[in-house]
Design a protein around this ligand. Structure first.
Ligand code: ZN
Length: 123
């Protein structure tokens, strides 16, 4: 019994590892159950489908003040060199929008999984 449970855990771990890399988690769940630790190992060795942008890199970069051309922080609303008000940074607005899109995509993925499980369980 313990072996069955640990095999299912390998399936779940493989599914999580695969879906973190943009793969089909459901398929990898079965591969993990079938191959146990080997399935998990393969899922961990999978190459990510899309290279995720390193967190922080997109907002931590400096930008140029349009008035005095000094390099200031991307989040700055006021230039520390010339003291002028700055227009909102378009890079930050884009980052916020892509975060929203990302969480919407995760929600869709969760819903898909839930429907699949319900179908499997006969609900
Ligand atoms: Zn300035």
């Amino acid at each position: 019994m313990a072996i069955i449970i640990s095999w299912i855990l390998f399936g779940v771990a493989a599914a999580i590892a695969a879906s973190n890399k943009g793969r089909d988690g459901f398929r990898w769940f079965f591969l993990g159950v079938l191959f146990g630790p080997f399935g998990l190992l393969f899922a961990l060795l999978l190459k990510p489908l899309a290279e995720p942008a390193p967190a922080g890199a997109r907002t931590n970069a400096g930008r140029k003040c349009p008035f005095c051309a000094e390099t200031i922080k991307a989040e700055a609303k006021l230039c520390r060199f010339c003291g002028r008000d700055l227009p909102p940074n378009p890079a930050i607005a884009t980052a916020a929008a892509s975060d929203a899109a990302e969480s919407a995509a995760i929600k869709t993925k969760v819903n898909k999984w839930e429907r699949r499980w319900r179908r499997m369980l006969g609900h």
